[in-house]
Design a protein around this ligand. Structure first.
Ligand code: GBH
Length: 437
C-alpha cells in the first residue's frame, strides 16, 4: 500500500512543554534566549496538540490519509535523556497511536526531530559520543511500548539540517557556531541512527528508515571552479548523510576537515545497517558557485528564475524528479525504497472575510510535486509514500509562527483549526486514488 500522509514534529505542534513530567529540550532553552527566534516566539503552546490531538486525528480522518508521520519528544519519554522513564509521556503517544489505528491511519513515528533533552546538551549534545548509545536506549524504550502496533520507524529527521543550522551556523538549537567543527555532530547522529536500527529491530520494529533532507545541487555555471564547488556542497549536504548509510563509507571530506579522528573502527559498519526505506525530505534545489571567501569551499549563489514560496524558497517541482533519479543513479541496488517524508511550502494564507483560506499556490505546489514524483517512478525509482509538510500551521523553528505550511490553518490566538482549500483538494485527490485502485 502506497502511504499518503501528512507530517508534523513534536516541538512544532505539541506545546504543553512543562506538563506531565516532560523534561526540557534544547529548543525550550534556545527559543527562550533573546534574539534567537522571530519576535521571541517559542513552542510553549504551539498548536496545543498535546491537548487537542483528538481534533487533529479527526482532521486527518476527514482528509482520508492512510499514514501520519509525527515525532516523539525524547524529553517527554526520558526527561533527563536517560534513566527514569516518564510514564505519562509514553502514554500520550500510546493513546495517539491507538486513535490513529482506529481511523485506519498508520502511525509513522520519528524518534528525533531536533528536540534533544537539555540534560544531554549539558554533556555536549551530539558532540558527545555517549549520546549515541543513549539514543539507542531511548529507541528501545519507545519501541518496547509501541512496536506491536507500529510497523515503520524513522530514527532521525534531517541530520544535515540539525548539524548545519544547530551546530555550524547557530540558527537553530543548540545555537553553536562551530562551522566545520560541527562535523562530529554529523557522525554521532549517524552512529546513533545505526545503533537505534539494532535496538528497534530487537524491540520488534519490522521496518526502519532514516529521513534525510536532500537537495539537487546545481553549479552556477559550467566553469570548472563552480562545478567543483557544487560537488563539494553535494558532499556536505547529501553524500555525507547518504553514503555512510547506503554504501558504508564517507565521501571525501578533505575539503572540510584534515582528519576524521571522531570515526572509530566499526562505526561505519554500524551506520550501514540495512534499511527498509530511505526517507527523503524535498524542498528545493541549491545553486552553488566557487567560493569567494577563504572559509568554506563553496558559495550559495541562490536559485533564480523560479516562483518562490512565502519563505523565498524557489518552487522547482522537477527538482524532485531530478533528485530521485539522481539517488537511483548514484546508489543503484544499494538504494532502498524511498518515502517522501516531507514536501510542502509556506504561503501567506490570510483568511478571507468569510473565513475561508484559498491557498491556490499550495494546491499547485503539491499537485506539481506529486506529478514530478510520479515521473521519477515512471523512470524506475521505487517510491512507497508521500507525506505533506504539514498537517497544521505550526512553530516554524527560528521563523516562529509567521511561516505557515499547513493544509489546516491555525489561529494561534484561539487555536481554532480551519481546513484550507489545499486540505479539501488533497481529500478529493486521495478519494480519487482509492477509486482508481
Ligand atoms: C524541514 O526542514 C523540517 O524537517 C521541518 O521541521 C520544517 O518545519 C520544514 O522543513 C519547513 O522548514 O532555498 O536556499 O533558502 C527543511 C530544511 C532548510 C529546507 C532551508 C529548505 C531552504 C534553502 N530547509 N532550505 S534556500
Amino acid at each position: 500500500m502506497f502511504l499518503w500522509g501528512t507530517a508534523t514534529a513534536a516541538y512544532q505542534i505539541e506545546g504543553a512543554t512543562g506538563e506531565d513530567g516532560r523534561g526540557a529540550s534544547v529548543w525550550d532553552t534556545f527559543s527562550h534566549e533573546p534574539g534567537r527566534t522571530r519576535g521571541g516566539q517559542t513552542g510553549d503552546v504551539a498548536c496545543d496538540h498535546y491537548h487537542r490531538w483528538p481534533e487533529d486525528v479527526a482532521l486527518m480522518a476527514g482528509l482520508g490519509v492512510n499514514a501520519y508521520r509525527f515525532s516523539i519528544a525524547w524529553p517527554r519519554v526520558l526527561p533527563q535523556g536517560s534513566g527514569q522513564v516518564n510514564a505519562p509521556g509514553l502514554d500520550f503517544y500510546d493513546r495517539l497511536v491507538d486513535a490513529l489505528l482506529a481511523e485506519g491511519i498508520q502511525p509513522v513515528p520519528t524518534l528525533f526531530h531536533w528536540d534533544l533533552p537539555q540534560a544531554l546538551e549539558e554533556r555536549g549534545g551530539w558532540l558527545d559520543r555517549d549520546v549515541c548509545a543513549l539514543f539507542a536506549d531511548y529507541a528501545a524504550v519507545v519501541a518496547g511500548r509501541l512496536a506491536d502496533r507500529v510497523p515503520l520507524w524513522i530514527t532521525l529527521n534531517e541530520p544535515f539540517v540539525h548539524m548545519a543550522y544547530g551546530y555550524a551556523m547557530g540558527l537553530h538549537a543548540p545555537g553553536r557556531t562551530l562551522m566545520t567543527g560541527a562535523l562530529p555532530a554529523a557522525h554521532h547522529q549517524l552512529l546513533a541512527h545505526g545503533l537505534a536500527v539494532q535496538a528497534l529491530r530487537a524491540a520488534g520494529a519490522r521496518q526502519v528508515a532514516l529521513t534525510n533532507n536532500c537537495t539537487p545541487v546545481w553549479p552556477a555555471s559550467r566553469e570548472e571552479a563552480d562545478v567543483r564547488a557544487a560537488d563539494a556542497y553535494d558532499v556536505l549536504h547529501n553524500r555525507l548523510f547518504n553514503d555512510p548509510v547506503l554504501l558504508g563509507e564517507y565521501p571525501d571530506l578533505s575539503a572540510y576537515t584534515p582528519d576524521l579522528g571522531f570515526v572509530r573502527d566499526g562505526d561505519l559498519k554500524t551506520i550501514a545497517a540495512p534499511l527498509d526505506a530511505l526517507g527523503v525530505n524535498y524542498y528545493n534545489p541549491t545553486r552553488i558557485a566557487a567560493p569567494t571567501g577563504d572559509g568554506l569551499p563553496f558559495d550559495d549563489a541562490g536559485v533564480t528564475g523560479f516562483p518562490t514560496t512565502a519563505f523565498g524558497w524557489p518552487v522547482v517541482p522537477d527538482g524532485l524528479r531530478e533528485l530521485l533519479t539522481g539517488l537511483k543513479a548514484r546508489y543503484g541496488a544499494a538504494l532502498p525504497p524511498i518515502m517522501i517524508t516531507e514536501n510542502g511550502c509556506s504561503q501567506e494564507d490570510t483568511p478571507a472575510a468569510d473565513g475561508t483560506i484559498d491557498d491556490a499556490a499550495r494546491v499547485d505546489f503539491l499537485d506539481r510535486h506529486i506529478a514530478a514524483m510520479r515521473r521519477a517512478m515512471a523512470e524506475g525509482v521505487d517510491v512507497r509514500g508521500y507525506f505533506v509538510w504539514s498537517l497544521l500551521d505550526n512553530f516554524e523553528w527560528a521563523e516562529g509562527y509567521d511561516q505557515r505550511f499547513g493544509l489546516v490553518h491555525v489561529d494561534f490566538e484561539t487555536q481554532r483549526r480551519t481546513p484550507k482549500r489545499s486540505y479539501h483538494w488533497f481529500a478529493r485527490f486521495l478519494k480519487d486514488q482509492n477509486t482508481d485502485t
